[in-house]
Design a protein around this ligand. Sequence first.
Ligand code: ATP
Length: 619
Amino acid sequence: MAFFSDLFANRAKRNQDKPPLSLKERVSALKNLPGFLKLIWHTSPGMAFTNMMLRIIRAAIPLATLYIGKLIIDEVVRLAKTPENLELNYLFMLIGLEFGLAIISDLLNRATALLDSLLGDLFANQSSINLMEHAATLDLDQFEDAAFYDKLERARRQTLSRTVLMTQVLGQAQDIITMLFLSVGLIAFNPWLILLLVVAVIPAFLGESHFNERSYSLVHGWTPERRELDYLRMTGASDDTAKEVKIFGLSGFLTDRFRQLSDQFYLANKKLVLKRAAWGSLFAALGSAGYYAAYLYIIYKTVTGTLTLGDLTFLSGSFMRLRGLLESILNRFSSIAEGALYLQDFFEFFQLQPRIKPNAQARTFPKPIRQGFTFENVGFKYRNAEKWAIRNLNFTLKAGEKLALVGENGAGKTTLVKLLSRLYDPTEGRILLDGYDLKEYDPVELRKEIGVIFQDFVRFQLSAGNNIAVGRIEEKENQPRIETSAELSLADSVIKKLPEGYNQIIGRRFAKGVDLSGGEWQKIALGRAYMRDAQLLILDEPTAALDARAEHEVFQRFAELTKGKTAVLISHRFSTVRMADRILVIENGQFVEIGSHEELLRKGGRYAELFHLQAAGYR
Ligand SMILES: Nc1ncnc2c1ncn2[C@@H]1O[C@H](COP(=O)(O)OP(=O)(O)OP(=O)(O)O)[C@@H](O)[C@H]1O
């Protein structure tokens, strides 16, 4: 509890400390709009162009309608003065014209709303694709950074909500053009009225833009907590967690934390919206005062005979429309500026660059690998970690060799594998492949030549066949290859039992999904290793979940799987480990010893000690 209250105290302090953004900063966020409009344009040039054209036509309609209204009233007044000579054709034509405009205006509104929604959907889909594509280029350690995750989260939210911004920007352009049309009429009568209008609306605009900024700061400052809220919501109600949430009775713990966080956010937000509503009402009253001042003036001019009744309706109508337009343009301006601030998050995510990039000028990857991989004084520290995960590591993984890695939990075995596959680069030292730094090769090429089955392999909620095919996704249609891989990894016996065989969706997420046991999943994942046509095969705890018979069978086939290949095997089971040509023992990220099973046993060092410890357990 003390932890939570400290957390809240710090957060409250941080939010208060965050200075409001200046008008300049807000305006400068607008620089993101051209890039945004370009993205929309590229989504569908045809739809974007049609949308803009229709909006321009729509923008001219209010002025035309008001002017026809004026002509109608003047005509009515004229006809009322001479009832004995009623000539109604002109009046009917005017009314027909106004009716036509009303119909066209409605049609145009519907057409633009339709185009907005279609274009918005396409844009949201395209942004999601861009987001996934860009995320795929980034380094693994970027994903392990909390600040990165916040950025990703904000960008992800933007992909959907930015369609609102698109409608706002287009609506803004339309209203500005409408306003220009109307202003021409009003300026012709009295330019000061326009000034009065602007002065009346400015306080509302400043107030709105201030509160928009505060609400952006609030949401931005609360990103980690909102992420936690999402996490809690998911953990409290998802198929993956339901089992342990029930067994350990965690529901109360999770909902308490959720309640605490969501209440805090609710209160902070409530304070802001209340303030906003109070100031907003005051500013709106000022706007009305401006309008009535102008209205009085126009009425005075009409009563004194300077203006006709038609002029009165035209001008007061224009003034009223202009006031509404100006207010909504200015308000919308500040929410567009706010949207542009969010856009900043979106673009910032796309500006993130990986350190490990594809390299077109890279050294040709050796086929076959001749010497192997040499670790030269390799050290690695995880981002934000104090401790070295690996340090001073020197050894060679020879071409064609089967090397086992042995070490206690947290010794650095998986880290070593991630360095080999360049998911990370060493913090110090280097890894050579056939005498050249791994960085000189193209990482994409390198990964094509490496097949890794991680201990925490992904249980894709796809069909059983696709779950094996992910080992070499280009071959997903190659059914014979998938089936051979399944036979070799023992997955075929699992798949045969599934109602829809290779087409059966596995996992619980989708309606038709059938879940598998831990060992059955592992057989499927192992099938990926057989799918892959790689020179270096890395299996991280490949048989941990298998029963004794399955493990025995898998290892009978291991020689076949790794024939002509270099292989790294991580295992805590010595029955597995002893099959390797050599065994590398690491402890706290440091080299301890290397040698064959027999050599290390004879040596009587750390390996021998661990081996006898496990053997004793079986006696
Ligand atoms: N993403 C990460 N960020 C920070 N530290 C990490 C990360 N992954 C691992 N570590 C730390 O690095 C050290 C080595 O971890 P590693 O996963 O390589 O161990 P391991 O030998 O594979 O362990 P195990 O046998 O339990 O799988 C551990 O101290 C671990 O806490």
